[in-house]
Design a protein around this ligand. Structure first.
Ligand SMILES: [Zn+2]
Length: 139
């Protein structure tokens, strides 16, 4: 399951609205408790969406930004626990492309942004070869 600070969700919503009508993306920074598979998020680390041609319905992260986020997390004694991105004018469900790039043991927050306003969001995790919605607790 995912535990996330409310201020982080608010931040992601703000970024999503500011980035509309394009997809914005970033890393969820926090810690993982492997004993009960719980990921706790303390920070959202936004990175540039490298996909310029289809930024309205695709996102792509530069490997350099991945390293930057990893370094940022490590310096705080934390780790990358997931990735967030927005779906402008689309539901908060993962797309086929999202599935193709998904990795296990990570949380994938998808926020739907409708007409420029943050709407529903959910968190997903890879189970076998498909996504399952995961339980979320706001802390
Ligand atoms: Zn997506």
């Amino acid at each position: 399951m995912l535990r996330i600070e409310k201020k982080v969700i608010d931040q992601i919503k703000k970024q999503g609205e500011e980035g509309y009508p394009f997809e914005i993306c970033g890393f969820l920074i926090g810690e993982i408790d492997y004993s009960n598979s719980t990921r706790t998020v303390f920070e959202a680390f936004q990175v540039e969406n490298k996909n310029k041609e289809r930024a309205n319905d695709r996102f792509e992260i530069d490997p350099k930004d991945y390293l930057k986020a990893e370094e940022y997390a490590e310096n705080k004694g934390l780790t990358i626990v997931g990735i967030y991105h927005t779906h402008p004018d689309h539901p908060d469900r993962p797309s086929q492309t999202d599935l193709r790039f998904a990795q296990p043991d990570m949380s994938y927050i998808i926020l739907s942004v409708k007409n420029g306003k943050a709407d529903n969001w959910r968190s997903w995790e890879l189970k076998g070869d498909s996504f399952e919605e995961e339980d979320v607790e706001i802390i």
